[in-house]
Write a protein that binds this ligand. Sequence first.
Ligand code: SF4
Length: 707
Amino acid sequence: MANIETRSTCCYCGVGCGVLIESDGARITGVRGDPEHPANFGRLCGKGLSLAASAASDSGRALYPEMRLTREAARARVAWDDALDSVADGFARIIRRHGPDAVAFYVSGQLLTEDYYLFNKLAKGVVGTNNIDTNSRLCMSSAVTAYKQAFGADGPPTCYDDLEAAHCLLFAGSNMAYAHPVLFRRLEAARDARPDCRWIVIDPRCTDTAAMADLHLQIQPGTDVALFHGMLHHLIWEGLVNADYVAAHTEGFAELKRLVRDYPPKMAAEICGIRESDLVTAAEWFGRSPASLSLYSMGLNQSSHGTDKNLALINLHLATGQLGRPGAGPFSLTGQPNAMGGREVGGMATMLAAHRDIGNAEHRLDVARHWGVPVSRLSDQAGLPAVAMFEALRQGRVKAIWIACSNPAHSLPNLPLVREALACAELVVVQDAFAHTDTTAFADILLPAAGWGEKEGTVTNSERRISRVRAAVPPPGEARRDGWIVGEVARRLETLLYPGAASLFSHTDPDRVFDEHRALTVGRDLDIGGLDYALLDRTGPQQWPLPVGAATGLARRYTDGRFATANGRARFHAPSYLPPAENVSAHYPFRLLTGRLRDQWHGMSRTGRLPQLFAHSPEPALQMHPEDAERRGLAAGDLLRVSSKRGQLVLPLALSDEVMRGTLFAAMHWNGQFLNSGGVNEASQPAVDGQSFQPELKHAAVKVAKL
Ligand code: SF4
């Protein structure tokens, strides 16, 4: 058969690399980097290069709808109509009996924007609940909250071209060499071209990224706010604050200045466990550089003080005027491929479509008018964010949950509680491309979804760039695209809840859903009124905003020093340093840190099927500093039980001076398929940031015992 080439986007991380899929129309036969995509210019990392291999096999795929009539019974194959009717009947029954907030939707930053939009419309416009949250809550919500508080709007002000334009790079809580490899290659090339570019890495671990730094600040876990305040103290003391910028474009500096008086570099360095001279050097490099760019991800975000960490970092940029020009600004790196697209459509418990607010009556009216529903249908109460949603399920306040494209029985903190919640729910619906995840084991109804390379839509990457995702082959078996499934259930549910009313789901074609979405953005900070599929096909990926009349999207925001706040000024914030939620103790003396491996993705449902992706890290391991191991009489390879107050897992010991004494590291990916126990979230703890509701997945107090 003919070799067909389809232009699309990688489904893994937030870099959003363009790919060219080769297929014979029935099977994907190859994938290579798209030389014309502005994120990667043809480069791909190991995960991207393996896309063809992971997409080519039907093994492990969910191929048919399945259902079980009792919890004790095994699921059996059923017809699509029966499965869809059962989902709608089950949800309608519970909504009638207990109200709309008795049901919940847990979706994913892996969904395409159009599918995300439809899920959000179903939850908020048909059911009338804001109980729709997503695994993006575990990823970016602290960055989002800080952007909104500091700049008045979500989204980074920066773009990928800033990687090459920066003279000083501050990596904060990001092992970019593993988590965003193609962007890291761009940085390496930029450094080759300009060797005087300075790299500062802030990380409790000596990661591959830290190993390449000019200055590695190996801080005690969770002390970032003290570090940033100490740096700002030095900048103020040395007259390195850009007073003109602060006066013209910001507010709140006086209060912050008062606070950071209490963080002299010596004291801040002591809190962080680093040398004062290193803290001062970092402040000098950052403040004196012609252009300083900070790059950050889960090390800041996955924290019970994640918003404060983000805000304290943004303070450094505002105080020095390091933003709004090439190579300067705070740049949060998105973990998932479409965490940003999900926020654009409002697919979270704490927001409405197009960055609107649930608590704003005008915003609710905008959305209700757009959907053609009475405004009373839209709840004015925030829904349950991820961790609270599963706690509510366990308590019986939520009785039915529909989980799409995510594996919360692996990825949420405190897994014993998550499993208990899923086991006691009245109805668990799971929509997934894969049949055997930790979560599908709990599904009463399994809806088989199309996977990557089999569906159409868009995603938005870390630099606000919207790229097309295209279908190269049909889905296997009876799998269907996510949007089709949502539409089919939505129409049934509408008939049951509002008999005779016109449907909000008269179409679910991706291009028409995108048009509906972009119309909702007009006049908002992310306005893409001028962007449609035809323009994307003609000109390639585009950044938002791109309003009607614009030829291309906007590369950098706030270049004129005018921000999205009511008075146009950016806001400084003055959070005090607070330690992680769970401190170590005599019983639980180690800090367990978590993170990524280079070649694996999340719960390994895709990457775990490919032997070549195990070459870099073949086995699960718990990293411990050699001196800690020696003091406890432990040797490499010993099997250790790692326990927290919540649960335990078993891992073989690996000695490593990448971790500091008193800390341990385990990768987030390994699950029950590879361990006798569940993954690292057996032990992680569910404390959340009080503003963003993002859990502190990166830090738990644990003890170890040799088996
Ligand atoms: Fe895919 Fe991310 Fe690798 Fe690019 S860097 S190929 S988007 S996994």
